[in-house]
Design a protein around this ligand. Structure first.
Ligand SMILES: C[S@@+](CC[C@H](N)C(=O)[O-])C[C@H]1O[C@@H](n2cnc3c(N)ncnc32)[C@H](O)[C@@H]1O
Length: 244
């Protein structure tokens, strides 16, 4: 099985489940943006690849009334994922039939896949012609409206190692997805900076895993001081890259 940037062991999975699932009320822009590209219809099956603890699989089920097939390689994440159907497996060797799916959703997982070209070919194989791949991700060079990087600027160094929009596009174009669009989509990550600081868990964020302890402690101290002042909601913009 392919190796992710971090292990997604029991500690990571527990931190992710406790702190990274976003309040549904803060996701209305994502709901709208995804709907525009997904054009959901009853009878459609959408693959949630690297589904983690299943928060998006559950949201899509509620929002769009389509069947979501969650696929997740890490046993510790699967244990915490209540969504069904849920299968074990890897993006570079999908245990799925050819042309059996109507869309694929990949949320904050693309940087963990060691071979993007193989991933793109596997998605081409299992998706029906014209079916979209929707990738939600922070991309290198596009971090300016993500709060995490304000408080932990050294984490930009980690983000810079992630595949960029051009690299992902190249892999998917070569695999037979010639058309793509990219747009930033807003989400309310926390109601205030105080809530954001209280919820933050290093183990739940790959870029925070991969900076030094000193960089992390310095950033955390900076965030905690700022969080003592009243603030409005923390709004982040991740990108939605759609390929078809
Ligand atoms: C940051 S979590 C995101 C979980 C979920 N998509 C979300 O947004 O809440 C990344 C997930 O990708 C999974 N992953 C890592 N490498 C993968 C691969 N090669 N194929 C499929 N999933 C992978 C991890 O196990 C982990 O659950």
């Amino acid at each position: 099985m392919a190796v992710a940037l971090i292990p997604f062991d029991d500690t990571d999975a527990a931190a992710f489940a406790a702190t990274r699932e976003l309040p549904r009320a803060g996701l209305e822009r994502w709901r709208y943006a995804v709907q525009q590209h997904l054009r959901p219809r009853s009878g459609h099956t959408v693959l949630d690849l690297g589904a983690g603890t299943g928060a998006w699989a559950n949201a899509f089920t509620d929002w769009f009334g389509v069947r979501i097939l969650a696929l997740e390689p890490a046993a510790a994440m699967r244990t915490r994922c209540p969504h069904r159907p849920l299968v074990g497996g890897d993006g570079t060797a999908l245990p799925l039939r050819d042309t059996s799916l109507d869309a694929a959703w990949l949320s904050t997982m693309i940087h963990h896949v060691p071979d993007l070209d193989v991933l793109a070919r596997e998605l081409r194989r299992v998706l029906r012609p014209g079916a979209p791949v929707l990738i939600r991700s922070p991309f290198p060079g596009r971090h300016q409206r993500i709060a995490l990087f304000d408080w932990f600027p050294e984490a930009v160094r980690v983000l810079d190692t992630y595949p960029g929009v051009a690299r992902v596009r190249a892999a998917f174009t070569a695999a037979g997805f010639p058309v793509s669009t990219v747009e930033p989509v807003a989400q309310t990550t926390a109601a205030s900076l105080a809530e954001y600081a209280a919820k933050l868990s290093r183990r739940a964020h790959t870029p925070l895993h991969l900076i030094t302890d000193e960089e992390y402690e310095t950033g955390l101290a900076r965030l905690r001081v700022a969080a003592r002042r009243p603030s409005g909601p923390v709004v982040d913009h991740l990108d939605l890259l759609v390929l078809r």
